[in-house]
Design a protein around this ligand. Structure first.
Ligand code: ZN
Ligand code: FE
Ligand code: FE
Ligand code: ZN
Length: 272
C-alpha cells in the first residue's frame, strides 16, 4: 500500500498563469488526504528575465504573508512548506544566492525552462522544435540541468526531462542523449540533490511522467533521492497521479521519498 506523501510543486496567481489562493490549495490537499504540501511558485529573476511568467520581486513579501497566514490556519492539519521554483541559467547564480537568503525557505527547486533565449516549454515557442536539431536540443538541455545540479544552489531539480513536454523526441537510442542524461545524473549524485518526479507531463502532449523510466531506473540505482510534485497550477491538480509516480519509483526499487525542512532533507517511506 502507498502512503500519501507531500506534494512539493504548486503555483499561485502571482506567476500570471495559475489560479487559486494558498488557502484553496491547502484545502484541496486536505480534501485529497495529504498532510503536507510545498508552495513553490515561479521565483522572481533579475533583469526582466521571462517577466510575464513569474512573480515580481515586489510580490515576494505578499507571497510569504499569504503563506504564513495559511500555515497558521492549517496548523495541526497540514504542513505548508515555503519554497520557490527558481529558474536556472548560467549567470543567475548571484541572484539565486540573494533569493536563498531572502527567507528561511524549506527548499528551493531549480528548473530549466530556457535553452539560451528559447523558452522551449512555452507553447508559443514550441514550433522551434520543427526546425531545430532535436538531439542537440536534448543534449543542451541536459547540460543545463547538470549545471543546475552542480551549482549546489538547489534542494530539488524540477521536472528533470521537461524538454520532452511537447512530444518531440531525439532519434531512438541516441547515444549522445543517453550520455548527457548520465552526466547529469552523476552531477546530481555528486552534489546530493534530489530529483523531482512530476506528474505534470501526464497532462501535457507527451503524456508521460517526468523524468522518463530509464532516467528513474538509473537514478534509483545510484541511490538518488526523489521528491514528488504535481506542478499544480490550480487547486484541483494537487496530488495529481501521486500513486502513478510512486509506483514508477517502486518498480525500480525505491521505497522512500524526500521531504524538506529548512533546507534539510529527510527521507520518508512511502509504503505502509
Ligand atoms: Zn508554471
Ligand atoms: Fe517548471
Ligand atoms: Fe512549476
Ligand atoms: Zn513548473
Amino acid at each position: 500500500m502507498l502512503k500519501k506523501i507531500p506534494d512539493y510543486h504548486m503555483h499561485t496567481p502571482r506567476c500570471n498563469h495559475a489560479t487559486g489562493t494558498i488557502i484553496e490549495y491547502a484545502q484541496a490537499a486536505v480534501d485529497a488526504g495529504l498532510t503536507e504540501i510545498g508552495m513553490s511558485d515561479h521565483s522572481p529573476m533579475p533583469n526582466g528575465f521571462d517577466k510575464a511568467w513569474r512573480m515580481d520581486e515586489s510580490e515576494l513579501d505578499s507571497f510569504l504573508e499569504e503563506l504564513e497566514t495559511a500555515q497558521t490556519q492549517f496548523q495541526g492539519q497540514l504542513e505548508i512548506k515555503a519554497a520557490l521554483e527558481v529558474d536556472y541559467y548560467v549567470g543567475a547564480e548571484d541572484y539565486i544566492q540573494y533569493l536563498a537568503k531572502y527567507y528561511d525557505w524549506d527548499y528551493l527547486m531549480g528548473s530549466v525552462h530556457f535553452i539560451g533565449d528559447w523558452g522551449f516549454d512555452n507553447p508559443d515557442e514550441a514550433s522551434r522544435f520543427e526546425t531545430c536539431d532535436i538531439e542537440k536540443a536534448y543534449c543542451d538541455y541536459f547540460k543545463l540541468v547538470e549545471l543546475s545540479a552542480a551549482s549546489g544552489l538547489f534542494d530539488i531539480i524540477g521536472h528533470p526531462d521537461l524538454i520532452k513536454k511537447f512530444g518531440y523526441r531525439p532519434p531512438q537510442g541516441s547515444k549522445a542523449v543517453f550520455e548527457a542524461e548520465n552526466t547529469m545524473l552523476q552531477a546530481v549524485k555528486k552534489v546530493d540533490v534530489a530529483l523531482e518526479i512530476s506528474s505534470a507531463g501526464l497532462r501535457k502532449p507527451v503524456g508521460e511522467i517526468y523524468p522518463h523510466e530509464s532516467i528513474v531506473e538509473r537514478a534509483v540505482k545510484l541511490n538518488i533521492p526523489f521528491a514528488y510534485g504535481s506542478d499544480a497550477h490550480s487547486p484541483n491538480e494537487v496530488g495529481h497521479a501521486m500513486a502513478e509516480c510512486l509506483n514508477l519509483l517502486h518498480k525500480y526499487g525505491a521505497t522512500q521519498i524526500s521531504t524538506f525542512e529548512k533546507r534539510q532533507r529527510h527521507m520518508l517511506s512511502f509504503l505502509s
